[in-house]
Design a protein around this ligand. Sequence first.
Ligand code: SUG
Length: 453
Amino acid sequence: MSKRAFEFNFDGLVGPTHNYAGLSHGNVASTANANLVARPKEAAKQGLAKMKALHDMGLKQGVLAPMERPDVFTLRKLGFTGSDAQVIIKAAKQAPKVLAACSSASSMWTANACTMAPSSDTADGKAHFTPANLANKFHRSIEHPTTGRVLKAMFNNDKHFAHHPALPMGDHFGDEGAANHTRFVDVNAEKGYGKKGLHFFVYGKYAFDSSKPAPHKYPARQTFEASQAVARLHMLDSDNVVFAQQNPHVIDKGVFHNDVISVGNGNVLFTHQKAFLNQMQVYTELEQAFDGEEFHVVEVGANDVPVEDAVKSYLFNSQLVSLEDGNMAIIAPGECETIPSVKEYLDWLVEQDTPIKEVKIFDVKQSMQNGGGPACLRQRVVLNETEVSAMNQNVLMSDDLFNQLNTWVDKRYRETLEEIDLADPSLLTESRTALDELTQILSLGSVYPFQLV
Ligand code: SUG
């Protein structure tokens, strides 16, 4: 019997090594902004301000801890030897791009941390978590072991939570987590988010059938077979699952995750006209599988907002959230105000007869410049009251935690960081000191490799 449940947003805390290294081929912002001077302190504070604002709006908000970076343990696996400082100095000389990949703060985009399924939807009645293997990008493929430990430290109770390892590595099972997954549910029903939901998995290509359409210019990071595996692991009922393929042409225009072109919440899919292959069939399947009064597709036409503007503004990388009054708000990045087609569209949208009644703009520019908008920065987790009581309370946002984290960032983060600074071994010491304190603030125990040796 499912109980009343709530949607939490767990935002990634931007790590102390936030920098622009141009690591993500296919993500146009990441490659265009390579070598820009990054501002880690400002980045972390922009993220915290968004978390606090959503908390103040009455939404459920939590924090997901970043990674230990630079990752000297991975550098050692690649043959760099000596003390930690020597490992970094050698990597900086011999393979600076590898050092940059091992130093990325990319775990801030927690939409890619994992896919989760609420207990109302799974055959064993537990909430399931599968960290994403992020196999397509080396710098991201090294996130999942720590992500898995952090998730276990947050949802540490076998009776309520099931934790799976990431899918097997390699392109065939490339999995990017919740960036390619949305859960629809009739939030206005009595149980709210605790009603059985509809899981929508979006993939970029088939791994075991090369005759099927696929992008040519940029990689499809998520495979159909990976999405299917996650649905299986999470013991979802096949009647409550819809799979859809992304339009390969938009992947080639920089839509590297479905959350760059669509977002869903409750009974609403907010999407672009060019998002999917066989778009009309996707809508029909969703409408038929959705268990609720009405399902809304809010489709943005290519004539109103061209795909290029959607990618530049990250209009669809907005969060779509349900407010206490039953309406929905779009939590959009500042860039949506400066691109005329998008601004005009949003001004028009809130006047229409859809559940979306409000737009709230947030400055997350430090993240945006690496291709991550408001929705990339959060992982949605649906929990019922019993599960909320069973989880680690210290990761939940409060006025106190907000102040503590701001003070911690002020004390431990650098103002600026450039790729050349990654060669400085003191960045590792600073980062470990910061993370050691953070695990205490969030009561995570030992989750980082340096804490486990
Ligand atoms: O995986 N950028 C991330 C952005 C992820 C956005 N997430 C979602 N759409 N859900 C990525 O491409 C850039 C790092 C750099 O270039 O320094 C980066 O990893």
